[in-house]
Design a protein around this ligand. Structure first.
Ligand SMILES: Cc1cc2nc3c(=O)[nH]c(=O)nc-3n(C[C@H](O)[C@H](O)[C@H](O)COP(=O)(O)O)c2cc1C
Length: 307
């Protein structure tokens, strides 16, 4: 699965990945569910969801805190044709003016149980959650697992850091392995799966049901195929350059259509470039980031990245 990433995994990027790089399932960025407005979901977000036309499942991720508002939002999403929903229980920055959302919901397990059970009843297709291991204690996961199982959710995506930890340290996949061996709920492993070897090890040595790739799939879009063993696990610098050339050459025209104007499209592409970690590419990535026009961006791509 391609992970939801706010500001990055918009519909244009998802279409590019689905057409070229073969994730099995893609997720929307989190969609805020408003408690006070009768329009539970902003019109622009609902439109973006509604135009999804791929045969591959799109999972719509909701973030919110009111059971009623979330159930109404789920109905709106299903009315425009998306039946697979996910609730964000991981975001460490998700607080809304109306209260705790995202990872903060883990602080009140009883309320969470009610929320999940009620939502399960109003969702026709699959209903999953994406969660951290716990709020501040990673072992909280083992108190939460029975609640998740009883609520009737279909699967859970586990990012085994705590909410308090945010993105520091490493995702602890010993915890993922322990959880997968203890529960009947399918667990999808997420967090720091940045190489084919890491992904393959998780699939072979633990009882997880699948993987979700975030930053690793931005840095190397072919990671899905590498983990499947359909492409070499390791790549050299020349290959990395040419992979990035192909990805950005495909994304640029999509972004020019999606975003209003060249400036905005380039800004979004530059946000994406922040997730390319290779030291050897940084000088040329810096050149791409300094371009001010689409033509300039293409020229640097052509001169520095094409074979
Ligand atoms: C820029 C950015 C935006 C993110 N936005 C979301 C989001 O909208 N919903 C969500 O559940 N997780 C979000 N995440 C978390 C990722 O989905 C994922 O759980 C996390 O990055 C760990 O996986 P990774 O190491 O494969 O990137 C975001 C992460 C990043 C880096």
């Amino acid at each position: 699965m391609l992970a939801p990433m706010q500001g990055l995994t918009n519909d244009a990027l998802r279409a590019c990945y689905l057409e070229r790089y073969y994730p099995d399932i893609v997720f929307t960025e989190f969609v805020r569910v408003h408690t006070q407005s009768r329009k539970r979901i902003a019109r622009a977000e609902l439109t973006e969801i509604a135009v999804h036309s791929s045969e591959f499942p799109l999972v719509v991720q909701l973030i919110g805190n009111s059971g009623l508002a979330l159930a109404e939002a789920a109905k709106q999403v299903q009315d425009v044709g998306c039946h697979h929903l996910n609730l964000n229980l991981g975001c460490p920055y998700g607080r809304m003016t109306t209260g705790a959302t995202g990872g903060e919901l883990l602080r009140e397990p009883e309320k969470l149980a009610e929320l999940l059970t009620a939502l399960r009843q109003s969702i026709l297709g699959s209903f999953s959650i994406k969660c951290r291991a716990g709020y501040s204690d990673p072992r909280q996961l083992f108190e939460l697992l029975p609640i998740y199982l009883d609520s009737g959710i279909d699967y859970l995506i586990l990012h085994p850091r705590t909410v308090v930890q945010q993105y520091s340290g490493w995702a602890d996949h010993d915890l993922t392995a322990e959880a997968a061996s203890q529960t009947n709920l399918p667990i999808i492993a997420n967090g720091d799966i940045n190489s084919a070897a890491t992904g393959q090890r998780l699939l072979q040595e633990t009882e997880v049901s699948g993987l979700m790739l975030g930053r690793g799939a931005l840095a190397d879009p072919w990671l899905f195929q590498r983990i499947r063993g359909k492409l070499p696990g390791e790549v050299d610098e020349a290959q990395r350059r040419s992979d990035l050339f192909e990805l950005l050459t495909d994304l640029l025209p999509r972004y020019l259509v999606k975003f209003c104007g060249e400036r905005q499209a380039l800004m979004k592409l530059k946000d994406f470039l922040n997730f390319i970690p290779d030291d050897c590419l940084q000088r040329d990535i810096g050149k791409l980031k300094r371009t001010m026009t689409a033509a300039g961006f293409s020229a640097v791509l052509e001169s520095r990245f094409s074979r």
